[in-house]
Design a protein around this ligand. Structure first.
Ligand code: IPD
Ligand code: CA
Ligand code: CA
Length: 264
């Protein structure tokens, strides 16, 4: 394993320890309301700090972009961190959440870790060296047709700007695929595409820390990721379509007729 990936795994496990301990007594947590349907707990913050401490101890000159504390440092290496992806699930005791850490080097995704502490699923990828679930090499699914595909998504629940466009996409998608799931951790949804547990995924308006690690996992597992035009730029726009190559193309065909000018 690449030494930087080893460090990221150590950081993710450290954070997961904090999350798992807290999950045993969620009623005791102090929860702050950031904005409508946007909550942050002391666990998000403590997990994030633990990750940053591990990373900066090993690589003091590296830069950080983390959900709760923002950007720090200036380096060609930047770690992108979501300490707890799926906070709403976590706060309800719904066991679907993850820790997501990615490393960008000169703007290119190089290392990725997504860890699901409730299943002990450790997803890792290094650029050019493949994607893994624990020790097993990952490939995206082989399903050829959208009609047979299980598709993951995320509903709008904080920002409803694109709700109408989303509902039109959803309405069109339901009868065309085998099923749609909204598990609640975008990072884990992307890891599931890499693992072939989902054949495809789409969501509007994600953040960099939700998607960075998952995108490298999918690419290293032979899948495709794009924005609604199938192009790069999804890391910045947060509009993400992903899947095995066949399903990816059919997802785009289904979604693009519903794009509003703001989403094009
Ligand atoms: C959220 C989750 C969710 C997605 C949201 C994200 P958070 O992240 O990934 O699945 O639908 O858009 O913001 O806030 O729980 O880290
Ligand atoms: Ca997130
Ligand atoms: Ca988060």
């Amino acid at each position: 394993m690449h030494p930087m990936l080893t460090t990221a795994v150590k950081a993710a496990r450290r954070a997961a320890g904090i999350i798992t301990r807290a999950s045993q007594d969620i009623d005791a947590l102090t929860v702050k309301h950031k904005s409508h349907n946007d909550y942050v707990s002391e666990v998000d913050r403590a997990a994030e700090q633990a990750i940053i401490d591990v990373l900066l101890e090993a690589y003091p000159s590296h830069a950080i972009l983390a959900e709760e504390s923002g950007a720090q440092g200036d380096s060609e290496y930047q770690w992108i961190i979501d300490p707890l992806d799926g906070t709403t699930n976590f706060l309800h005791g719904f066991p679907q959440y993850s820790v997501s850490i990615a490393l960008l080097h000169k703007g290119q995704l190089n290392q990725a870790v997504i860890y699901d502490p409730t299943r002990n699923d450790l997803f890792t990828a290094s650029r050019g060296a493949g994607a893994f679930l624990n020790d097993r090499r990952l490939r995206v699914s082989k399903r050829l047709k959208l009609a047979d595909a299980l598709i993951g998504t995320g509903f709008p629940y904080r920002d409803f700007t694109h709700l109408d466009a989303y509902m039109a996409m959803f309405r069109d998608m339901l009868p065309k695929c085998a099923g749609v799931r909204r598990p609640g951790s975008a990072a884990l949804d992307l890891a599931y595409v890499a693992a072939g547990r989902l054949d495809g995924f789409w969501e509007i308006g994600l953040n960099k820390w939700d998607i960075a690690a998952g995108c490298l996992l999918i690419q290293e597992a032979g899948g495709l990721v794009g924005d609604f035009n199938g192009d790069d730029g999804y890391i910045d726009s947060g509009n993400v379509v992903a899947g095995n190559p066949k399903v990816f193309a059919q997802l785009l065909q289904t979604l693009t007729p519903h794009l509003t000018p703001a989403l094009k």
